[in-house]
Structures are given as structure tokens and as C-alpha cells.
Design a protein around this ligand. Structure first.
Ligand code: HEC
Ligand code: HEC
Length: 258
């Protein structure tokens, strides 16, 4: 074995060891470090306090390098192509706004959103370290985050996991009355305000997140959204998620200048 390969193997081992330590401490950390990012805290806007995330949002992501980072780290769980798994354990990331990707990673990192499975990979420095051997020039943590998020936004969405299709009219009505203000008229979200794309997302994942938001289990939830959906019945939830899971993005939905 030449020394380069030995060095690379050593680095990988160190990384794996560090990551397992993170996994071990993540649940404890998530409990103690929770700080709610509220809209009030950010003067009426929705935001993050994680320094690297704020930096990443200002940078221009390199889509080609992002593809490499995605392949090395994210696709093991989110699947090649970024469409998640049919059961909705791993969400579809394809087509999600890059700003939303960055904010969610920041929230997971700071313990604002519980995700013990992914916690080690939300460490922005570990992201950099895991891919540093691949690139000719050294990158910063925020740059790797910006790259991978820019790449993910370009992936075509293709999750076809929808609900039973029995109550779609009711779902459309509920959506129109309660969700359009933030998620847009067909679930396209909002790049600037970090409102996630929910159109075409896996039905099971949507439902799980929605329940968590409603029950206060997802701590980074938007307090206004929690209030808005507090009176929803089981029927309302199933119907609105079924409707949303069937929507598709259209050209212009990713435009940050809109
Ligand atoms: C070990 C598995 C695993 C790996 C590797 C992983 N993730 Fe995840 N990720 C998850 C799980 C599980 C969830 C869903 C958690 C939940 O249900 O709240 C998730 C959720 C997310 C979300 C939130 C999605 C949303 O719609 O709110 C983002 C963004 C994300 N991952 C990005 C990434 C990126 C980028 C990478 C690579 C750098 C990555 N993940 C690597 C398991 C993983
Ligand atoms: C006041 C604005 C607002 C309203 C109204 C609202 N949401 Fe949200 N929603 C948000 C924000 C902001 C997030 C992301 C929170 C975060 O930063 O983690 C979110 C997250 C979600 C998620 C999780 C997405 C993911 O990828 O993890 C789902 C599902 C969702 N909303 C569905 C709905 C539905 C359906 C309605 C209407 C019944 C609704 N929301 C109404 C602001 C809103």
C-alpha cells in the first residue's frame, strides 16, 4: 500500500470513530441544547443562528462538487436521486429549496430538530472532513454545505408515494384555507423565507412531520403553523397530506427573486 492510501484509510477510520461518538452523544445533546428559533426572535422572519449555515446561505453553491458530496454521504440514506425510501423514513430531498436544506441541517445540528440518525452528518465540519481528499482545493464547511444543497435543489422529484385518494376535495379545501399563505398555492414553499417545498413529498413522511409539528415534537416548527393546525381532525390531516403529495412543482418555483 502506498503512503497516500494509508493516510486516506487512517483519516476515514478517524472520521468513522468521530461520527460514532457523535451518534452516541446526539440524543443527550439534542435534549440539552434545544433553543427555539422563533419568528419573533428574528424580527418576524424565519431564521437560523448557526453561524456556518448563515455563511452557507451567502455562498454560491458548486453543483458539480455538491453531487460528489451527496454521493459520498447523503445517498446512503436519502437514496441515489434523492427521492427517499417508499416508507418515508428518509424524506425526498430532491427539489427542496437549498435554503431549506441548509436551515434544516443547521436546526438538526443545534438540537432544534431531533434527528439522531442524521445528527453526525449535520456536523458541518464533518461534512467537510469526509470529502476533503476528493477536491483539489480545500473547502470550508459552509462551502460544502452550500454545494450539496445547491445540487439537491436540481434533482428531479419523483416520489410517487401518495395517500388513498378518497378525500381529495376536502384536502384541497383545507389546504386553500390554511396552508397557501406560507407553502404557496401548490406546495411550492418559499426560497427566501425557508418555507419547505411540500408538493410531491412522500405521503408517509409528510404525515409524520405534520403530526410531530401538531404535537410539538418537532421543536423548530413555525409557531404560527402550530396554532393554525391545532384543531385539525384525523380526517383533515389525511386529506390535506394526500392532496399535497400529489402536487408538482412548476418552472419558476425555485426563483429566489419572486
Ligand atoms: C444515516 C442516514 C442519513 C444520512 C447519511 C443523511 N440523512 Fe438526512 N435525514 C435522515 C432522516 C432519517 C431524516 C428524517 C428525519 C425526520 O423524520 O425528522 C433526514 C432528514 C433530512 C432533511 C430534512 C428534510 C425536510 O424535508 O425537512 C434534510 C434537509 C436532510 N436530511 C439533508 C441531508 C443531507 C444534505 C445529507 C448529506 C450531507 C444527509 N441528509 C444525510 C437520515 C440521513
Ligand atoms: C405561518 C406559516 C405556515 C403555515 C400557515 C403552514 N406552514 Fe407548514 N411549515 C411552515 C414552516 C416555516 C415550516 C418549516 C419549519 C422549519 O423551519 O423547520 C413548515 C413545515 C411543514 C411541514 C414539514 C415539511 C418537511 O419537509 O419536513 C409540513 C408537512 C407542513 N409544513 C405542512 C403544512 C400544511 C399541510 C399546512 C396547512 C394545513 C401548513 N403547513 C401551514 C410554515 C407554515
Amino acid at each position: 500500500m502506498n503512503t497516500h492510501i494509508i493516510k486516506k484509510t487512517q483519516k476515514k477510520l478517524i472520521l468513522v470513530f468521530t461520527l460514532s461518538l457523535f451518534i452516541f452523544s446526539s440524543t443527550v445533546f439534542a435534549q440539552t441544547a434545544a433553543k427555539l428559533t422563533s419568528t419573533e426572535e428574528f424580527g418576524g422572519k424565519w431564521g437560523t443562528k448557526v453561524k456556518e449555515a448563515i455563511e452557507a446561505m451567502k455562498l454560491e453553491g458548486n453543483i458539480e462538487d455538491g453531487a460528489i458530496i451527496y454521493e459520498e454521504i447523503c445517498q446512503a440514506c436519502h437514496q441515489p436521486g434523492g427521492n427517499g425510501d417508499p416508507g418515508g423514513n428518509f424524506p425526498q430531498l430532491a427539489g427542496q429549496h437549498s435554503t431549506v436544506i441548509i436551515k434544516q441541517i443547521a436546526d438538526i445540528r443545534i438540537g432544534n430538530r431531533d434527528n439522531p440518525t442524521m445528527y453526525p452528518f449535520a456536523n458541518i465540519e464533518a461534512l467537510r472532513a469526509a470529502t476533503e481528499d476528493i477536491f483539489d482545493e480545500e473547502k470550508s464547511g459552509p462551502q460544502t454545505l452550500s454545494d450539496v444543497s445547491a445540487f439537491i435543489q436540481t434533482l428531479p422529484m419523483s416520489s410517487a408515494i401518495v395517500g388513498e385518494g378518497v378525500d381529495l376535495e376536502h384536502g384541497a379545501e383545507i389546504y386553500k384555507e390554511n396552508c397557501v399563505r406560507c407553502h404557496g398555492d401548490h406546495g411550492q414553499g418559499d426560497v427566501k423565507n425557508y418555507y419547505p417545498v411540500i408538493a410531491g413529498q412522500n405521503y408517509h413522511y409528510l404525515l409524520r412531520q405534520f403530526r410531530w409539528i401538531k404535537d410539538g415534537k418537532r421543536r423548530n416548527a413555525n409557531p404560527e403553523m402550530v396554532k393554525q393546525i391545532s384543531g385539525f381532525s384525523e380526517r383533515d390531516m389525511l386529506a390535506v397530506m394526500d392532496w399535497v403529495s400529489r402536487q408538482t412543482m412548476i418552472a419558476g418555483d425555485w426563483d429566489s427573486k419572486k
